[in-house]
Design a protein around this ligand. Structure first.
Ligand code: PLP
Length: 444
């Protein structure tokens, strides 16, 4: 019996024993094509020699030096590299060990920024339904996924949740995409006026919603309007790019494609690509200078922040992506996968929507394409698709509760940036078979 408290108490997990490019191999020698990067993490596959060498080299030099005493070359160089690609106003990087920590840092930084300015009455965040920002209490509070929040609700600070930008379900017949985006962005203004803008710290948003809604991008004009409202009412804008950032959409930062800059931006997952745990919060110069000129330090911190070996891994990951021009491959493989999936499933009775950007694709499953009626939650379709795909040797990331935290199902596809065409075909073939297996069991 395992002494690990696994994610699920009754699951029997195979051992991951080795990696080979886009594949993970278990103790029986079975190969799994990683079609989802675990959870949109492993963008360089599982054995990139340059990343492994960089980590080894750093371990040989010095594995860890506490950030209260030292900085390190990989951390400094990584911060330079990130700032060079980020929206212009984001000039400073706060390194942590994962996505939830990055979000917590962003939330607390927003509060400290206003406190330093004497605006101590500001205490509320506004975020969106069906978002996910992490599982620590602050991040969970801003997250809008009911299922994840439910039992912890009494522990969560109050956050107002407005509509997501979810075209497939919520765009009305009589409005264009643009009009729809403006309408839902308008909910931010309504929420602000309801709470009183002088009490609000920030609006938190995933530019492309990841785990909870399945790669849902904002429509053109939405993020611009959100930015305008934040400026008008003098609140901060936080982009959570933990899942959609770091090249996943074909751009280093997802918001680069929209041409909108936040005041704080969180990243993790693809930053270190799973080679080491690492996340970061990018911070505007205004916020940094306000804190620097005030108390002079951010009242926060974790033992492993700016961990040298983790920074060495992330620096190597980001260098490889650049040197090997992998974002070009993301775009090529994205076109191939999107057109391949759309062609294959054009007539599929249970595929309602295929959406996303880059190598970040959400496939929404429905019981009826015409009415968009979801499958009953009791079908546990997400679990069945995951199992069927895994048996076929494919990792994909299905999730339930797409619509409101309980109803709806989608599958997230997020393969590594090194994906080759033959592997994209294998992914689509195995996924098609996994769906066939699943719907046979469900008895449709
Ligand atoms: N924010 C977003 C958008 C995420 O997708 C996730 C994880 O899926 C997190 C935050 C939390 O990151 P972590 O699991 O590394 O704590």
């Amino acid at each position: 019996m395992s002494h690990i408290f696994h994610r699920h108490c009754h699951s029997e997990l195979p051992y991951a024993v080795s990696g080979e490019g886009a594949y993970i191999i278990d103790q029986q020698g079975k190969r799994y094509l990683d079609g989802c990067g675990g959870a949109a993490v492993s963008c360089l596959g599982h054995d990139h020699p340059k990343v492994i060498a960089a980590v080894k080299q750093q371990m040989d030099a010095i594995p860890f030096a506490h950030s209260a005493f030292f900085t390190s070359e990989p951390a400094e160089r990584l911060a330079d590299a990130l700032v060079a690609e980020a929206p212009e106003n984001l000039q400073h990087v706060y390194f942590v060990s994962g996505g939830s920590e990055a979000v917590e840092a962003a939330l607390k930084m927003a509060r400290q920024y206003f406190t330093e300015k004497g605006e101590t009455e500001r205490q509320y965040f506004i975020a969106r339904r069906q978002s996910y920002h992490g599982n620590t209490l602050g991040a969970l509070a801003v997250g809008g996924n009911q299922w994840r929040r439910q039992q912890f609700d009494p522990l969560l600070s109050p956050v107002q949740h407005i509509a997501p930008c979810y075209t497939y379900r919520d765009q009305r017949d009589n409005e264009t995409e643009f009009e729809y985006g403006q309408r839902v962005a308008g909910e931010l203004e309504e929420a602000l006026l309801e709470t009183g803008p002088e009490k609000v710290l920030a609006f938190v948003v995933e530019p492309v919603v990841g785990a909870t809604a399945g790669a849902v991008p904002a429509v053109p004009g939405y993020l611009q309007r959100v930015r305008e409202i934040c400026d008008q009412y003098d609140i901060l804008l936080i982009f959570d790019e933990v899942m959609c950032g770091m090249g996943r959409t074909g751009h280093v930062f997802a918001c680069n494609e929209d041409g909108v800059a936040p005041d704080l931006l969180t990243i993790a997952k693809g930053l270190g690509a799973g080679y080491q745990p690492i996340g970061a919060t990018l911070v505007s110069d205004d916020i940094y200078q306000t804190i620097a000129a005030g108390s002079g330090f951010f009242q926060h911190g974790h033992t492993y922040m700016a961990h040298p070996s983790a920074c060495a891994a992330a620096l190597a990951v980001q260098s490889v992506i650049k040197e090997e021009q992998l974002l070009d491959n993301v775009k090529v493989m994205s076109d191939y996968l999107f057109s391949g999936m759309r062609e294959r499933f054009a007539e599929h009775a249970y595929i309602g929507d295929i959406r996303g950007r880059g190598l970040f694709m959400g496939i929404e499953l429905v019981a009826d394409r015409e009415t968009k009626q979801p499958f009953a939650a009791e079908t546990a379709l997400n679990i069945k698709v995951k199992q069927a795909a895994f048996e076929r040797g494919l990792m994909c990331y299905p999730m339930a509760g797409t619509i409101d935290g309980r109803n709806g199902h989608h599958v997230l596809i997020a393969p590594p940036f090194i994906l080759q065409q033959a592997q994209a075909d294998e992914l689509m073939d195995k996924f098609t078979l996994a769906l066939d297996d699943t719907f046979k069991v469900i008895g449709s």
